[in-house]
Design a protein around this ligand. Structure first.
Ligand code: PMP
Length: 379
């Protein structure tokens, strides 16, 4: 029988305790019991987000939380900056376009991160810019942006900083309050180890002031509705009740493990994966200066089809990784280290990658990747 190991950048593995929580009988949401769950989920998210800002939960995937941020903060014709260094940065631009926002697109070479100086230059030049939209961990390239540096630059202006932390949250450090991040958009199915279904945003007072003036047409994703309901420990619409209940358990697990320890854990897995790739003669895609800890993008050697690597690992061996997106289709593979994974899951993934690459004709010493990862994990 094949296993089903998810080394994918979302959805991630759901641990048995959370599967059990997801199986609890459904309750009605306009009840004191659900209010208690909602309160605990909100407080737990504030812990992971390292913020005292309001956090609003909605029934959506991560893109819903991103869309809510765009349409609730801005008005048609407003100026904004979007940073495009991969597929998910492009999504900010597409969302802005959908709502008639006049976005200045900062194109960043894939595999690299935007610098705070670039953003400062644009903000200095155009004081009418109301928001800067950026991706913390760009899942298509394995790059993490220095959000602390951007926070310093944006906080000195009237603009708000909006961060997509859909794949980074709970895996990479995100000090929302210390770094002056106004809005963070994220979701349940990556670092928080749950199925997709809950999207959420944290919103600073500076961003809430923008919300009051926004004239974008919207209904379900109008954050003013979520704010009003949150004031009564409620949600404006039927929430994803079962996932919110399991989220309380997930956040307890995170708190018990300790956020700082978890960040170190994922870094350790990421470093081991990078060492394994190098030992197999494979190059890393991201610039080492901004390489992320939540997923490793690995270049596939010429003559080997990256799509085949993914397919064989999944269909023959039961281990799912991700392939390249857009222009990187077939050229890279992406191994995630987020959610409920330990070192033995990573070692299994590397071992399976070796077997698959051997089959596809790549030349290396079998076991070299596993040995390098073991050495990195046990120095
Ligand atoms: N942003 C990032 C960085 C992501 O990794 C993803 C999901 N892969 C999204 C946004 C979109 O999230 P969803 O698919 O949950 O809408």
């Amino acid at each position: 029988m094949k296993r089903n190991l998810l080394l994918t950048p979302g959805p991630t593995q759901v641990p048995p305790q959370l599967c059990a929580a997801l199986g609890r009988p459904i309750i009605h949401h306009r009840t004191p019991l659900f209010q208690q769950y909602l309160k605990e989920a909100t407080e737990g998210l504030q812990y992971v987000l390292q913020t005292k800002n309001d956090v609003y939960l909605m029934a959506s995937s991560g893109t819903g939380a991103m869309e809510a941020s765009v349409c609730s903060l801005l008005s048609p014709g407003d100026r904004a900056i979007t940073v495009e260094g991969g597929k998910f940065g492009e999504r900010w631009t597409e969302l802005c376009q959908a709502y008639g926002i006049n976005a200045e697109v900062v194109k960043v070479e894939w595999g690299k991160a935007v610098t705070a100086d670039t953003i400062k230059g644009l903000l200095d030049k155009d004081k009418s810019i109301k928001a800067v939209f950026v991706t913390q961990s760009e899942t298509s390239t394995g790059v993490t942006t220095d959000i602390a540096a951007l926070g310093k630059v944006v906080a000195a202006t009237n603009a708000v900083l909006v961060v997509d932390a859909v794949s980074g949250l709970g895996v990479e450090d995100l000090q929302t309050d210390n770094w002056a991040v106004d809005v963070v958009a994220s979701a349940s199915h990556k670092g928080l180890m749950l199925p997709p279904g809950v999207g959420f945003v944290s919103v600073s007072k500076k961003a809430q002031a923008l919300m009051e003036k926004s004239t974008c047409p919207k209904y379900y994703f109008d954050l003013r509705k979520y704010k009003k309901a949150a004031g009564k420990t409620d949600t404006p619409f039927t929430p994803a009740i079962g996932i919110v209940i399991a989220l309380v358990e997930s956040l307890k697990m995170v708190k018990e493990a300790g956020l700082e320890n978890l960040l170190q854990h994922y870094k350790r897995l990421a470093v081991a994966t990078r060492e394994a790739a190098k030992a197999l003669g494979l190059a890393l895609y991201a610039d080492p200066a901004c390489i992320s800890n939540n997923l490793t993008a690995i270049r596939i050697p010429d003559g080997v089809d990256g799509g085949k690597v993914v397919k064989i690992m999944r269909d023959t061996h039961g281990i799912s990784i991700a392939g390249g997106q857009g222009d990187l289709k077939g050229k890279i593979i992406r191994i995630a280290h987020m959610g409920c994974l330990d070192e033995y899951d990573i070692l299994a993934g590397i071992s399976c990658l070796e077997k698959t690459l051997k089959e596809l004709g790549h030349k290396f010493t079998l076991g070299a990747g596993v040995a390098a990862a073991q050495k990195s994990l046990n120095p």
